[in-house]
Design a protein around this ligand. Sequence first.
Ligand code: FAD
Length: 465
Amino acid sequence: MRSVPRVEDGPTKIAVIGAGISGLSAAIHARELGADVHLFEASPRVGGWIRTSRSDSWTLEWGPNSILPSSHCLIDLAKRVGLESQWQNADRCARKRFIWKDGALRALPSSPLSIPFSRALSPAGWCRFLMEPWIGRGGSEEESVSTFFRRRFGSEAARVLADVMVSGVSGGRAEWLEIDSFQPKLPQWEKQYGSVISGLLRSRSAPSAPLRRTATLAEGLEQLPRALAAELADRCHLESPIVALEPQNGGWRLQQGGAYSSDTVDVDGVILAIPATAAATLLDPLSSRAGEILQSIPYASLTVVQIGYDASKCRIRPEGFGFLVPSSESLGILGTIWSSSLFPSRCPAGESLATVFLGGSRHPEQIDESDAMLQDRAIGALQKAQGIDLDPHMVQLRRAPRSIPQPHRGHRRKVAALRNEVKRWPALAMVGSHLDGLSLESCARSGRDAAHQVYSLLNREEGSP
Ligand SMILES: Cc1cc2nc3c(=O)[nH]c(=O)nc-3n(C[C@H](O)[C@H](O)[C@H](O)COP(=O)(O)OP(=O)(O)OC[C@H]3O[C@@H](n4cnc5c(N)ncnc54)[C@H](O)[C@@H]3O)c2cc1C
């Protein structure tokens, strides 16, 4: 790769566009490397899809609800801004997860020993599932999640387990998503150990994760982006959309929009941490091929309904993480997180909080339904699943349109072609959930890696390889 001439003397100037977790991670890491960082965010707040609202003793998460204990990069980011003592572990019951099947909640096994007691699959379905270590390696390029599951674990596991895993994580469909993009670890385990189950068991005995269990922050997950932005202080520019990018003397000229629409900013390097469609708008004038690829990445929309109720009236108490609904069942929702069962501090004493998810690729039409219809659907589903005489004390709703990128079959090939296309501008990196994985941890990692890539490129000695 060629080295890039700098815009001017002084520290390397890097612009990060988009202040979701991907952009915040990129900005914090680039700054720590010594860059003069400017973070531009179109909206009046940081965090992107991470959004917590707090009022009258309710803490409501409208985007991600919690992080996994193995989220090294996120936990490290939180430590850098003094939040290490703010992590709260979920209640032990978080290990219990359920699916809605044949008109009842069925526990998923929390360990291999509990498999015989789980009615999430039939006995024959579990037998085939447990034969997985004896199934030979196989698979094809761009295999879907459901084909991968059918091949390794049998058709019942594909129909039920792959289906709920995909809709629970991404609101997507197992037959459309690509296993290598959606859960790359699973095919890697198959290649490395000849078995997904062996890979899973070995990963459990790997060095211990930084947190004990699934966790959140004391004031909710939005505490993290807010603290990261406070660390960047006046280098974090809110209500500052970037509307055009132009290569300029080996660096970049950025055109601002909104209230600063006549302002331009010259920088040495750019990290684009915005959703695919917004990135397509910026890149299309430079490369119509890049614009086209970005536009072709599909997104799913979700609606989140928060319901506060009296759990003592339920036939089935909300004890566990929550439940997911396979597409073969007609409950009308994707699933529910029993938020206050995980984190009792999220609601007033004596109340319970359920966070219900609707829509996704399974029900794309739901995003256009009225609030009243969606709330009724969510309340009705909860009532049916838990047997509640539901008289909710609090109901709130928010839509998340086009919030979850869908790595359909061929996604990895698309991302490689896109990265190849933008290679001609070495000091331009692209990150975000549409490229490197949906989870907060993947986003934070891709931001960190991009900061290192752009900074080291700009600071490479002339003539070095
Ligand atoms: C309802 C829901 C539940 C989820 N649950 C989980 C979960 O439990 N666990 C988990 O790990 N993940 C979860 N996710 C996924 C995770 O939240 C996202 O993948 C992640 O937050 C995406 O971060 P990002 O920085 O890549 O993008 P975003 O959060 O989309 O941030 C992009 C930012 O760029 C800004 N922007 C756009 N255009 C411009 C422009 N031209 N100039 C400047 N700024 C611009 C936007 O305003 C936005 O702030 C969930 C997502 C949703 C929607």
